[in-house]
Design a protein around this ligand. Sequence first.
Ligand SMILES: *[C@@H]1O[C@H](CO)[C@@H](O)[C@H](O)[C@H]1NC(C)=O
Ligand SMILES: *[C@@H]1O[C@H](CO)[C@@H](O)[C@H](O)[C@H]1NC(C)=O
Length: 370
Amino acid sequence: MKIIVFLFISFLRTVLSSSPSPKYDSIFSFGDSLADTGNFLLTGALAFPVIGQLPYGETFFHHATGRCCDGRLVLDFIAEAYGLPYIPPYLALAKGGKFEHGVNFAVAGATALDAKFFYDRKIGQILWTNDSLSVQLGWFNKLKSTLCSSKQDCANYFKRSLFLVGEIGGNDYNYPFFVGGTIKQLKAIVTGVVETIAAATSLLIEEGAVELIVPGNLPIGCNAVYLTLFRTPNKAAYDQNGCLKAYNGFSKYHNSQLKLALEKLRQKYPHAKISYADYYGAAMRFIHAPQHYGFSEGTSMACCGGGGPYNFNNSARCGHTGSKACLDPKSFANWDGVHLTEAAYRHIAMGLINGPFSTPPLTFTPIKLI
Ligand SMILES: *[C@@H]1O[C@H](CO)[C@@H](O)[C@H](O)[C@H]1NC(C)=O
Ligand SMILES: *[C@@H]1O[C@H](CO)[C@@H](O)[C@H](O)[C@H]1NC(C)=O
């Protein structure tokens, strides 16, 4: 009997060790500054040159990489958790970058809707970039021919990949909000933004993607730039965390529409695993109990900025004259008034990988703790 059990166990071992490793082989990412690991900087970053200098990048890389952060992003932590190298920006490939483990197409400032949408509405000139989601999908298509040849070949390749479709869509609202758009006006474009994200998700599935993560929007009413621009003496406008209720309500509205759209996609593509990443909930966890997550300075004050009640000053933004970075970024959730710190992104990534903020949960358990 003992011998049989022993043989059975060694048989199991053989089977298990010859099956594919329990992780993703590669990651493909699309999105904006929450996910960009260098594309925007490689385009010249004319609208935001300070991204190419310290203090951007000071925490982990110790030099500016083009990330809108002091250190690593959610995408970087996901790569780490699955034992993959950091995902190189697509635009670095022309310069001889390696991409065996995936490519990042995200561009800081990118919108889900095409730039033309904003130019037609006379606010195109404030866009940082025209590299919207459809441009990023075009890059993906171009690169695909170098990764795999036939439809079947590509399907085999992409079924071992994790696709991150976002975060994207936040800028479609940021730009108009920052030039006076109202919540009511912007609610009218949510359907279009969500449809664009869903269409991109759909297209990737048609190309062979099987596992996808589609993030929602962060609670913008808790963000230093929103708190500064829309500051009001009306106490009733704020929730118990000091966030602007109406703007958080707007994020929730976008997220609920996105969740509905993803549910439709799941019915259309039952073989695919389309996971909604609840960035809102993951961020709310530390906004609600900052001390518990190491944010001794709270979550609404920016680490790097030029003064003001939230340390966000549009005339002295992080990296510009008149601004300075805090000494201990990990005690802040907000990095530069708009983007979050590495410490905040780590908590969000943990919330996605270890749960409960990915629905359904990711297929593989991480091979490394982040
Ligand atoms: C985006 O497109 C518009 C209109 O085609 C053009 O005028 C503008 O220079 C472009 N912006 C960037 C950053 O490439
Ligand atoms: C914002 O920055 C400008 C330029 O450095 C400065 O003159 C102004 O005092 C700052 N505002 C606040 C509230 O710190």
